[in-house]
Design a protein around this ligand. Structure first.
Ligand SMILES: N[C@@H](CCC(=O)N[C@@H](CS)C(=O)NCC(=O)O)C(=O)O
Length: 217
């Protein structure tokens, strides 16, 4: 199969989910790195009119939206499967993926990750402590719900790794160094154990942004 081109500013957890999925499938890929702010360039807007990342190209086929990309990869390369055949487990996978997009990313990562990590590192701004504090009640609900959905299963969709695990792990890993992490994960040891298991997977190790910066582009 011909290779995938992944356009992103290095560091994006959504882009890492796509790269990890390609690694799980042993598919060839190449990173097309955008400079910071490059997602708002005319060139990238032609790929992604909403100025987000990642966007991919595969053999002349262009696609954005991470869930759509992950499902596309799982369909063009069905082995190993990353969507459960059982309808209820597949529904749990879908549910966790939407919790990721609508609540984990929108309410936690886009606030805590932005103000703690992106703003100081890339924009030279002080974290907005008021915005972070305001996000915490919702963030606590998100972490409690992720922990409840995961329960004592190996992955969010049961015994086998699924697209949900690949989507959520990079998001949690992204904010794990923030001062809010310990409070948000307190009492959710299952989530911490799951994240450790995910971090040990070759696909996640190969796509940690530090390793990518050191080698492959
Ligand atoms: N719904 C989009 C969200 C992608 C997204 O928000 N990516 C972040 C980076 S992880 C982004 O593009 N941020 C740039 C911005 O908000 O200006 C998807 O699933 O791909």
């Amino acid at each position: 199969m011909s290779g995938f081109i992944v356009h992103t500013v290095p560091g994006s957890p959504f882009a890492r989910a796509v790269l990890a999925c390609l690694e799980e499938k042993a598919l060839p890929w190449r990173l097309a790195p955008l400079a910071p702010g490059g997602h708002r360039s005319a060139e990238h807007l032609a790929r992604h009119p909403f100025a987000r990342m990642p966007a991919i190209e595969h053999d002349g086929f262009a696609l954005y939206e991470t869930q759509a990309i992950l499902r596309y990869i799982d369909r063009v390369q069905p082995s190993p499967p990353l969507t459960p055949a059982d309808p209820r487990l597949a529904a749990r996978m879908d549910q966790a993926m939407n919790v990721n997009d609508w609540y984990l990313f929108a309410d936690c990562i886009a606030v805590i990750g932005f103000h703690r990590l992106v703003a100081p590192r890339l924009l030279g701004l002080e974290p907005d402590e008021a915005a972070i504090s305001a996000s915490m009640p919702r963030a606590r609900i998100v972490f409690a719900e992720l922990s409840r959905l995961l329960a004592d299963q190996p992955g969010f969709a049961g015994a086998d790794i699924s697209l949900a695990d690949l989507l959520i792990a990079p998001q949690l890993d992204f904010i794990a160094t923030t001062p809010e992490w310990d409070e948000l994960t307190a009492g959710h040891a299952n989530l911490l154990r799951w994240l450790e298991r995910m971090r040990r997977r070759p696909s996640l190790r190969a796509t940690a942004w530090d390793s990518l910066a050191a080698g492959r582009t």
